[in-house]
Design a protein around this ligand. Structure first.
Ligand SMILES: [Zn+2]
Ligand SMILES: [Zn+2]
Length: 331
């Protein structure tokens, strides 16, 4: 099969790879598509020093069980996978916080991932996909929509709250829909004028589009917003802090340029702003994302679907932030 292999840091290429075979407790999934993620670019660039090369890139996995040595999944089942294998036995895993299991094994970094037609997956990563779920929605349910649900759960998003979502890339366009599904009033932030109309069409109640967007946010929410989903990181965090109300919350999921930020601690203390980090999705988040997708409350926004041979182009598009929605690779 064709697979995109990270041979060494900085060098990924399309290779011929052996078809994987499942070990006990594992299945092999046949995929028609996989998701491209900014994390894949960071992996190639060497931001995660523990990456074991050579490794097949990618961690956004869904498809049909092709071969099974699992008691829980049979050939023909349609499944979606977490982006990692949880150990299942540590304190965090037992509490359903497997996303922060310290023993977790990451697809596309520690073990072979999804940039290949066939992927070997551990049953601890898998959930069944409900009928009526588009495959594009299943493949982004762990890393994108489930991750957003996790962030909103961590930060305790409630119906009727005002939420600011920064960045209108692959995360933001889905976060707008999910915040609406929670019953929030949504302000979407984007730095690209052309994305405004499309954000409205996804359900955003307001769109702000300026470098100093906090002043526009304050025109909509005079006291500031209840919650910010910070999907960008260093370029927007200062404006996000200025947009949040006293006693409000910021949940950080994006770190696009991996740069340190300067924080005004006084403003955080005096206004009792709570800042959360949120990583990935638990199995429960993944199930919730799939359910909302099967009900049509989350519509996957796909910028383009490229043949796997063009993975470099896909990465380039993401790097230049040309995409409105996710980019997929097809096999
Ligand atoms: Zn991802
Ligand atoms: Zn664990």
């Amino acid at each position: 099969m064709k697979a995109v292999v990270l041979e060494e840091i900085g060098r990924a290429s399309l290779k011929d790879a052996e078809l994987p075979e499942p070990k006990p407790g594992e299945v092999v999934i046949k995929q028609c598509i996989t998701g491209v993620c900014y994390r894949d670019i960071l992996t190639v660039e060497g931001f995660f020093p523990r990456v074991r090369v050579p490794v097949i890139l990618g961690h956004e996995i869904a498809g049909e069980v092709w071969e099974s040595r699992s008691e829980r999944f049979r050939k023909g089942d349609i499944v979606a996978s977490l982006t990692y294998i949880p150990c299942g036995s540590c304190d965090r895993c037992r509490k359903g916080e497997e996303n922060i299991c310290r023993n977790r094994i990451a697809y596309g970094e520690d073990v072979d991932g999804s940039y290949a037609e066939y992927v070997r997956v551990d049953e601890r990563s898998l959930v069944k996909v409900p009928n009526g779920t588009p495959m594009e929605g299943a493949v982004i349910a762990a890393c994108v929509t489930g991750m957003i649900i996790h962030a909103f759960e961590i930060a305790g998003l409630k119906e009727g709250e005002k939420v600011l979502i920064t960045g209108a890339g692959g995360i933001g366009v889905h976060a707008v829909q999910i915040a609406k599904a929670y019953g929030a009033e949504v302000i979407a932030e984007t730095s690209s004028e052309w994305k405004k109309d499309r954000l409205f069409s996804l359900g955003a109640d307001h769109v702000v589009c300026s470098k100093e967007f906090s002043s526009d946010v304050r025109k909509i929410a005079k006291e500031g917003v209840d919650l910010v989903l910070e999907g960008v990181g260093q370029p927007t965090i200062d404006q996000s802090l200025k947009s949040v109300r006293w006693g409000g919350r910021i949940v950080v999921v994006g770190n696009v340029n991996v740069k340190p930020v300067e924080l005004n601690l006084g403003s955080i203390i005096l206004r009792e702003v709570r800042i959360f980090g949120s990583i990935g999705a638990t199995r429960a988040d993944l199930e919730k994302a799939l359910k909302l997708t099967s009900e049509g409350k989350i519509k996957p926004v796909i910028h383009s679907v490229l043949p796997v041979e063009e993975f470099q182009r896909a990465h380039e598009m993401m790097r230049r932030r040309e995409n409105f929605g996710r980019i997929l690779l097809k096999f």
